[in-house]
Design a binder for this molecule. Structure first.
Ligand code: AMP
Ligand code: MG
Length: 351
């Protein structure tokens, strides 16, 4: 079924309350609205409605065992959707909410299994983006929202890519400009005695440990160990991927440049359109068809913001093979490398 998708523009510095109410009304009546958050664009539906959650999976082509994150806009709304929240969760909320942290709790009975992918737990986030907060409030307080992309593709960091993926599939798109962070939230499981990071993000393990003492980490996060199932079901899928085959080349930088240039020269002869993702200090040294700078290699925040846009641009420009330099995987860099590894289907060549 093709829907007529309205696009509205809402300025975060001057929020048009009438427009936001209109968007909220769509959610209250069972429809779907894409909206900006500080991480990536979300695809929202009423989190407490099984039918709305079903529509989200259909619009994205998302496997139904991959649970949705429930977005709230007031701390006091947490109680309604969780069975209990441990004291540690309030500590984290105080430090990082509103913001790019998702916490997993045991769910209360009001949250349908359609929203949680059949799990007894629910993922909750309180975003900081002013438009997201106003929209969630107008929508009734509980908005289930995965990223607003077709399943498997890079998450949208600007409205252009939401339109590309979601036009005709949902009722409304709120254009709030480019996002600020560019990578999905950190996910931490609060249902276990020692909280565990299931997906790395802007809020790093170190930041969590500074508050809670030691914190676990899902061992499947940075490896390709297919004998283990990640605890966040969505992390098992090939994700965030451009259409071209992407390979990460890791090693001493001069050797990496030499290797990639040899490979792209060979692949060009075979008729490929070749691409390279590199830091700004080395990007000029490559001779692929399309060479893109992801910014300063020491600026993880900048790299995080650019990554998905760059992956999407390679699609726009019809690259067929892409090579990427590896970047430092500490701090926020861990989230960057986690997404890059997934986009590459864990294809890494270590020189
Ligand atoms: P997205 O909304 O596209 O950023 O994906 C949401 C991520 O959160 C996926 O990787 C899900 O598997 C994960 N997630 C959501 N709810 C839960 C839950 N109850 N337990 C574990 N992981 C979850
Ligand atoms: Mg996603």
């Amino acid at each position: 079924m093709v829907l007529e998708t309205q696009i509205i523009r809402v300025d975060e510095h001057n929020i048009d309350a009438d427009l936001v109410l209109k968007a909220g009304e769509i959610i209250r009546t069972g429809g779907l609205v894409a909206f900006p958050t500080e991480t990536v664009y979300g695809l929202g539906g009423d989190a407490l409605s099984p039918e709305a959650s079903g529509k989200i999976y259909a619009a994205k082509g998302r496997p139904s065992d991959n649970p949705l994150i429930v977005h709230i806009c007031r701390m006091e709304d947490l109680d309604h959707i969780v069975k209990e929240a441990p004291a540690a969760a309030y500590k984290l909320a105080e430090a990082f909410w509103p913001g790019p942290l998702t916490m997993i709790f045991n769910k209360s009975s009001v949250v349908p299994y359609e929203t949680t992918g059949g799990l007894d737990t629910v993922a909750v986030r309180f975003p900081s983006h002013p438009v997201a907060r106003a929209f969630i409030e107008a929508a009734g307080g509980y908005v289930a929202a995965p990223s607003a992309n077709i399943s498997g593709r890079p998450s949208p960091t600007s409205v252009k890519y939401v339109v590309e993926d979601m036009m005709g599939r949902i009722d409304m798109i709120i254009d709030g400009g480019d996002v600020e962070l560019g990578l999905e939230s950190t996910i931490i499981d609060m249902t276990v005695p020692r909280p565990a990071v299931l997906r790395p993000g802007y809020v790093t393990r170190q930041m969590l440990e500074d508050l809670l003492g030691s914190v676990d980490e899902d061992k499947t996060m940075m490896s390709n160990d297919s004998t283990r199932a990640p605890k966040a079901p969505g992390m098992k899928y090939r994700h965030y991927a451009p259409k071209a085959e992407l390979t990460i080349i890791d090693g001493a930088i001069e050797t990496v440049i030499e290797y990639i240039n040899k490979e792209t020269a060979r692949l060009k002869k075979e008729g490929h359109k070749t691409g390279v993702i590199a830091a700004e200090d080395t990007v000029a040294k490559y001779n692929a068809d399309i060479c893109k700078s992801i910014g300063n290699r020491n600026d993880e925040r900048g790299i995080a913001r650019e990554l998905y846009r760059i992956l999407r641009e390679f699609d726009d420009e019809k690259a067929t093979v892409i090579f990427s330099e590896a970047f430092d995987a500490s701090g926020i860099g861990q989230a960057v490398m986690n997404r890059l590894l997934k986009a590459a289907g864990h294809r890494v060549i270590r020189l």
